[in-house]
Design a protein around this ligand. Structure first.
Ligand code: SF4
Ligand code: SF4
Length: 112
């Protein structure tokens, strides 16, 4: 499932740099998510990073974009495949795959 940003967005800017797929961008009025780039963070993190950081909880699942985890994984593969091609075109060797790809755990703590 791709996620979407509702009109409750306060344009606080914190989600955009957290997206590993560069799927979030500032639209005419509020931030938006490109559904072709949102993998719900599958392939990168266990939880959607934008949802983790949004202070007003305005990023639900887009009901128009119901996708299985398999489909999201394929989207991730396509996106990272494109990234690798760009790296190869630049003449730089991609880093070796690591088996210890445990993502850093989000703090999950408020400022309390
Ligand atoms: S769920 Fe992940 S991939 Fe999708 S917009 Fe949020 S941060 Fe980006
Ligand atoms: S974190 Fe939430 S409120 Fe802030 S810009 Fe992103 S969607 Fe909007």
């Amino acid at each position: 499932m791709a996620l979407m940003i509702t009109d409750e967005c306060i344009n606080c800017d914190v989600c955009e740099p957290e997206c590993p797929n560069e799927a979030i961008f500032l639209g005419p009025e509020i931030y938006q998510i490109d559904p072709d780039r949102c993998t719900e963070c599958v392939g990168h993190f266990d939880e959607p990073q934008c949802v983790q950081v949004c202070p007003v909880a305005c990023i639900p699942v887009d009901p128009q974009r119901m996708e299985s985890r398999e489909t999201l994984w394929q989207k991730y593969q396509r996106l990272t495949g494109e990234a690798k091609k760009e790296v190869a075109a630049a003449g730089v060797s991609p880093p070796e795959a690591s088996s210890s790809d445990v993502p850093p755990s989000p703090s999950g703590r408020g400022l309390g």
